[in-house]
Design a binder for this molecule. Structure first.
Ligand SMILES: [Zn+2]
Length: 264
């Protein structure tokens, strides 16, 4: 029961990759992924995608440099298909501890929802910069996306920070060292390391294999690959996507899917 805590949908011209609804379904199916959170700066597009793919939820992409960002973010969070927030201080160019971020974190604490923050690149997403935000909000659930990414100094720092702060989680996508996944679990405990693929930038098979080869015992591998993400994002047990306000065609599709699922 794999749950992917880091996926993207949409077009990414900067990287020359894209992943749309059909591609997403295919990616999930081909890689044995049963649930995921996905995101893109266009939150309305994400809502459209997640409304029709069972098991998939959104994170609201919040950019504190945009006017009315907080109202916008909270409006999307009112939709139960969104399970938290994604921040990308590098792409959107702000310090993670910018005062503009604080009211958002307060709202997330109030709603008991996590925030996934891209980590691992200067100048805005070094783990220590994110820690400045973390020390201000010791009860916020903060996920260090990529757990420091490609640089050993940043990877070690991400693990150190999670070890220092019990409200910090580590997400594994794009981080090259399989052994660091086992080390992270050893140092921060069995519940706070989450598998993510960063698809379509990285292939889920590569990212899943990294967890499987990390040296963790099978039970811990399963926790990292699925249970931890599902618990942190509080993924609903009953997917209610067969009712609601979607177009009839989608509702029919979901109804067929639900019947197939029940008959398995
Ligand atoms: Zn990503």
């Amino acid at each position: 029961m794999i749950f992917d805590s880091h996926m993207h949908v949409g077009d990414f011209p900067l990287f020359d990759v894209s992943l749309h609804r059909e591609g997403l379904e295919q990616t999930l199916h081909e890689n044995g992924i049963e649930g995921a959170v996905v995101f893109h700066p266009d939150n309305a597009y994400v809502r459209q995608v997640v409304a029709s793919v069972r098991g998939v939820y959104g994170l609201v992409w919040a950019n504190p440099r945009l006017p009315n960002y907080l109202e916008e973010t909270l409006r999307f969070l009112d939709d139960p298909l969104f399970l938290g927030v994604k921040l990308h201080p590098l792409l959107d160019a702000y310090h993670p501890n910018d005062p503009a971020v604080h009211p958002l974190i307060e709202a997330l604490i109030e709603r008991d929802l996590p925030v996934l923050i891209h980590s691992g690149h200067p100048i805005f997403t070094l783990p220590w910069s994110i820690e400045e935000l973390i020390v201000n909000f010791p009860t916020a659930k903060v996920i260090l996306g990529h757990m420091g990414h490609g640089n050993i100094i940043y990877i070690n720092a991400a693990i150190d920070i999670a070890a220092r702060h019990p409200n910090v989680y580590l997400e594994t996508s794009g981080m090259p060292m399989h052994t660091k996944i086992a080390e992270a679990v050893r140092r921060v405990g069995p519940d706070r390391v989450l598998y993510g693929s960063d698809a379509p930038f990285h292939h889920p098979q590569v990212e899943i294999l990294k967890v499987r080869l990390s040296g963790l015992l099978p039970e811990l591998v399963e926790r990292v690959l699925g249970a931890n993400g599902r618990a942190l994002f509080q993924v609903p047990k009953n997917d209610e996507r067969s009712t609601g306000t979607r177009p009839t065609r989608e509702e029919k599709y979901l109804e067929d899917d639900r019947i197939r699922y029940q008959n398995r």
